[in-house]
Design a protein around this ligand. Structure first.
Ligand code: SF4
Length: 330
């Protein structure tokens, strides 16, 4: 029986410590990372240099490709949008931008005609889980191998993670394949963040510099679920990332049937939400929507305030989504 150990790496503290734990176990393993196209350069650097610092295996990148879905959406728009009453100018604007850019995050949003949100968090599955599954896990299972997927999750992080077992058989979507898939969570009982960093330091790996800037999580930069204070930090230290999101907001809005799309859900800011509800009440929401009023710049301005007297977070405290339960987004 072939046994394949696969460690998912994101450039964050937990997955890096998991990679180091795999080295300590002395087992041969492969390390994989999913390129979302929305990572900070420091994260690419951290992932790409991990093998040089530790002597472990080089991390293999996988990347989603939405060319086929975008082509399908073009066909659908050409055939159906006008039939569904979408104004002709919106149809031609959508067709003008609906071409693959090669950036997985942007292409996913072009295909969907919207950005992901906490309630519709399709990004994790489409950008991280599926590309690793299709490019690494499924091909191994197709050979009859037993695959052990190492995931850097800790019970102390959330209520949902507290109940996860350290070792778990995963069936379901791979039932058609001869191999067997298990998940192994070697950090489950590691209590503190300091302990996590200490594991990596034993192997000469310093924390991703983004933690030094005050960011609590490393993954997409920023994540759609980032905390209010983190968004303010991104703007303060990396304004070019906000510019990029502003451009993405304009492009994805063109591909949207409603004519607008925002990276962050505007309900995060009570003031913006009230303005939006008022426009809806008077029946002018679609007509008067503008990215100046509801887009990323406005959200950044809100992120710098204590508006409402609370340090309100875009990120719920117990971030118990499927992706984070599986350690796909740190
Ligand atoms: S890090 Fe955030 S934006 Fe990126 S895939 Fe995960 S949930 Fe989505």
């Amino acid at each position: 029986m072939t046994l394949a150990h696969i460690v998912s790496v994101s450039g964050g503290k937990d997955s890096t410590a998991t990679y180091c734990r795999a080295i300590e176990r002395g087992l041969p393993f492969r390390a994989v990372a999913a390129d979302t196209g929305n990572e900070h350069p420091a994260t690419y650097e951290a992932v790409n240099t991990l093998h040089l610092k530790t002597g472990g295996p080089k991390v293999e990148w996988v990347k989603a490709d939405f060319s086929r879905q975008i082509a399908g959406k073009r066909t659908f728009i050409e055939r159906k949008w006008e039939e569904h009453g979408v104004p002709a100018d919106l149809v031609s604007r959508a067709l003008a931008v609906l071409h693959p850019t090669g950036n997985p995050f942007l292409d996913l949003c072009l295909w969907k005609g919207r950005f992901p949100s906490r309630k519709a968090q399709f990004c994790t599955e489409e950008l991280k889980i599926n590309p690793i599954d299709q490019n690494v896990t499924r091909p191994l299972l197709a050979t009859g191998a037993t695959v052990i997927s190492w995931q850097g999750v800790r019970a102390a992080e959330s209520e949902a993670r507290k109940h996860l077992p350290p070792f778990q058989r995963i069936g379901g979507q791979h039932a058609d394949l001869p191999g067997r898939l298990y998940v192994y969570r070697p950090l489950l009982r590691v209590e503190s963040v300091d302990e996590v960093f200490a594991i990596s330091r034993r192997h000469g790996v310093d924390p991703n510099p983004l933690y030094g800037w005050g960011l609590k999580r490393v993954g997409c930069f920023p994540c759609i679920n980032c905390a209010k204070a983190e968004l303010a930090l991104v703007d303060q230290h990396f304004p070019e990332q906000i510019e990029r999101l502003e451009e993405w907001g304009a492009i994805v809005s063109e591909a949207c049937k409603r004519g607008h799309a925002t990276f962050f859900n505007l309900v995060n800011d009570p003031v913006m939400q009230a303005e939006w509800l008022e426009l809806e009440r008077i029946g002018k929401a679609l007509e008067r929507f503008s990215l100046e009023q509801f887009g990323i710049r406005r959200m950044v301005e809100w992120a710098k305030t204590d508006r409402g007297g609370r340090q309100y977070s875009l990120l719920a405290r117990d971030f118990s989504t499927v992706c984070n339960q599986w350690g796909a987004c740190e």
